[in-house]
Unconditional design. Structure first.
Length: 485
């Protein structure tokens, strides 16, 4: 979106200035612009098929554009693949989803198709085609083994059969009835263990970098942990990538000008998420954190424009996964403010702030359980500063998203944290707490916080604010506290 508006309209969402507009456009204006651009690009087509793979990963802004196109265009056929056929996990407007699932489904403009696992007949056909045998030559125990070990997943079935095919090619006396069935997990491990150490290392780095990566990214990371020259490391890495492609672990595609500003090259990705997932699961947590740190440091040294929020979001992910709270906080607030102020997407900001806070919060089954007293007893003033800044940013974003109850809780939690944290008295910059009192004062004024007739909650909160302003020592804040009283 930023690129389109900057190049086509002269609007710079990052810096907030433009050549043709005095202020950046609103979210609605950007959605309208992108829908019109899509319409213009496809105006000569009688039918447009818009295929969205992994649509559950699309953000709110993308869904707004999809919604605009769906509601106003008549020649677009949408196909979306998601991991759940309900709205759970989709960042789609609830009203739009209700419209899809109600009137549109009744009019057959919207349909849901569940893609189940392969059945025995499907797997029989795959065995016949892959191994070049007739139906009557497929033993029942072989069919049972493939079905059980693969779970009916097409990619898993294919991996098992390709492994059998290799055994048949290596041994002329191999019979189909001689097939043995390791678990699919064991088969994956065997494939990975067969690689040499350098190829395995390249795959590990690629898995940590993300869903896709380039040769330059791999080499830049390897050079930080290797004594070899750039030419030698690059040659070995190219060989490792070629080997992984031959083995069906990776796939590559040529990068176009839209993909990158770099010279011609390839972008690599894993053929199936199971390969990346297995590599990440096999790595020690300490090793993964080190790789995330090295990747983040490498990214910071690149010449990519640091004001590019897409780049900042990528960098944030690596600092979070490296466990660096200070770096994560700085980027989270910078990127979060961009989502709120430039794109009007507070839900994106909320996720980013929450992800950074989860570095120190206890979680159970992926659900945050808050900060334990043991953690707050151990944090230093630098970590405490980060926690408060994130809580304040979270409270503001929740308020912007009309989640008033949660917003108040975020501000109240910030005060509780400073009361419990042992290092709180050593906190030098107390002004980071002041937005908390502003937020709570507004909540009281708007009736979001219930209190008794004597207003004890409000009085206690303002006494605390006065204490904090006196500790900080700036007369401007003291006057502000007095005015609120």
């Amino acid at each position: 979106v930023d690129y389109a508006l900057r190049e086509l309209l002269g609007v710079d969402l990052i810096q907030g200035n433009s050549t043709s507009h005095s202020t950046p456009p609103s979210t609605e204006e950007m959605v309208s612009f992108l829908a019109k651009a899509f319409r213009l690009c496809t105006r000569d087509s009688k039918l447009v098929i818009l295929a969205l793979d992994d649509a559950h990963r699309a953000d709110e802004f993308s869904w707004k554009v999809i919604q605009e196109l769906f509601l106003h265009e008549k020649n677009i056929f949408f196909i979306g693949a998601v991991n759940n056929s309900s709205s759970t996990g989709l960042r789609v407007d609830p009203e739009f989803w209700a419209h899809l699932d109600g009137p549109c489904r009744a009019e057959r403009r919207f349909n849901v198709m569940k893609l189940g696992n392969l059945n025995r007949e499907d797997i029989t056909t795959m065995i016949m085609k892959t191994l070049g045998i007739r139906r009557k030559d497929v033993p029942d125990d072989v069919l049972d083994g493939v079905t059980i070990q693969s779970g009916g997943m097409p990619h898993f079935v294919n991996e098992i059969l390709e492994n059998v095919k290799k055994q048949m090619a290596a041994d002329d006396d191999f019979e189909i009835s001689d097939m043995t069935f390791d678990s699919f997990g064991d088969l994956i491990l065997q494939r990975l263990d067969a690689f040499d150490l350098h190829t395995r290392n390249v795959l590990n780095i690629g898995a940590v970098i993300g869903l896709s990566f380039t040769l330059d990214e791999l080499v830049a990371v390897e050079l930080r942990t290797s004594d070899g020259s750039k030419e030698a490391v690059q040659k070995l890495t190219e060989e490792a990538l070629e080997h992984a492609i031959e083995e069906g672990i990776l796939e590559s595609r040529e990068m176009s000008d839209e993909d990158s500003d770099e010279e011609e090259g390839c972008r690599y990705s894993f053929c199936h998420e199971v390969w990346r997932g297995t590599l990440l699961n096999l790595m020690l947590e300490g090793r993964k954190r080190d790789l995330h740190r090295i990747i983040a440091e490498t990214l910071e040294e690149t010449e990519i424009e640091m004001n590019d929020y897409m780049f900042q979001t990528k960098l944030f992910k690596h600092w979070v996964n490296s466990g660096n709270l200070v770096k994560s906080t700085n980027l989270a607030i910078k990127v979060g403010q961009h989502f709120e102020e430039r794109l009007g997407l507070p839900a994106q900001s909320i996720r980013i702030y929450t992800e950074a806070l989860d570095l120190l919060r206890e979680t159970e089954d992926g659900i945050s359980k808050g900060f334990s007293r043991d953690v707050l007893a151990m944090v230093n003033t630098e970590d405490l500063t980060c926690i408060i800044q994130l809580q304040v940013a979270l409270g503001k974003a929740l308020g912007m998203a009309q989640q008033t109850k949660e917003s108040v809780s975020a501000f109240q939690d910030a005060l509780k944290i400073t009361q419990i944290a042992k290092c709180s008295p050593q906190l030098k910059n107390r002004s980071i707490l002041f937005p908390v009192f502003d937020g709570l004062a507004s909540a009281v004024k708007d009736g979001q916080i219930k209190q008794d007739a004597s207003c004890r909650y409000e009085k206690a909160m303002l006494r605390r604010y006065m204490q904090e302003t006196r500790l900080h020592g700036d007369p401007i804040y003291i006057v502000h506290a007095l005015s609120l009283q």
